[in-house]
Design a protein. Structure first.
Length: 163
């Protein structure tokens, strides 16, 4: 086992029984090898982002302690998405989906590789990701940006409702 890192994963979806899909995804994340679920956020109803002509989303976040390398963890996230029926389409990045899992933070690491950027490059711009992140890691710091709480303070979060 590698030295454990605290990784934060954002979860979201807007097709089907999203709450059930998110609960199943949280269980699947907790079952990843060398990984332990530390905390899961509450669920939040959020408006669509990017493509607005679609159903609203339900978003959440988890904090995991993992011995998996960031790339191996990402591979696990993508497998969980596929198992939930997610089909990734490069031409439809912000469209409807059964499940979206984003690796938001991996300890204090900064990773910039093809297909893997940590911290998530838009985390500091998205209240729908920051609010649940702060549920699971109240003192989260986004490497290269600063405290997540300060990033959230500059965003409009009034339309995000806890479920």
């Amino acid at each position: 086992m590698n030295r454990p890192a605290v990784a934060c994963v954002g979860l979201g979806g807007n097709l089907g029984d999203v709450a059930a899909t998110l609960r199943a995804a949280i269980a699947a994340l907790a079952a990843l090898p060398e990984t332990r679920l530390l905390r899961a956020s509450r669920f939040y109803r959020t408006p669509p982002w990017g493509v607005e002509a679609q159903p609203g989303f339900v978003n959440a976040a988890v904090a995991l302690e993992t011995g998996l390398a960031a790339r191996t963890l990402l591979d696990g996230l993508l497998r969980i998405e596929r198992d939930s029926g997610r089909v990734r389409d490069a031409d439809d990045r912000w469209g409807p989906r059964t499940l979206d899992l984003d690796l938001l933070l991996y300890g204090a690491a900064v990773v910039d590789e093809p297909g893997l950027r940590v911290p998530h490059p838009h985390l500091h711009e998205r209240a729908f990701a920051l609010i649940p992140l702060l549920d699971v890691l109240p003192d989260a710091v986004i490497p290269g940006i600063g405290p997540a709480r300060e990033a959230l303070a500059g965003l409009d979060a009034v339309v995000i409702e806890p479920l």
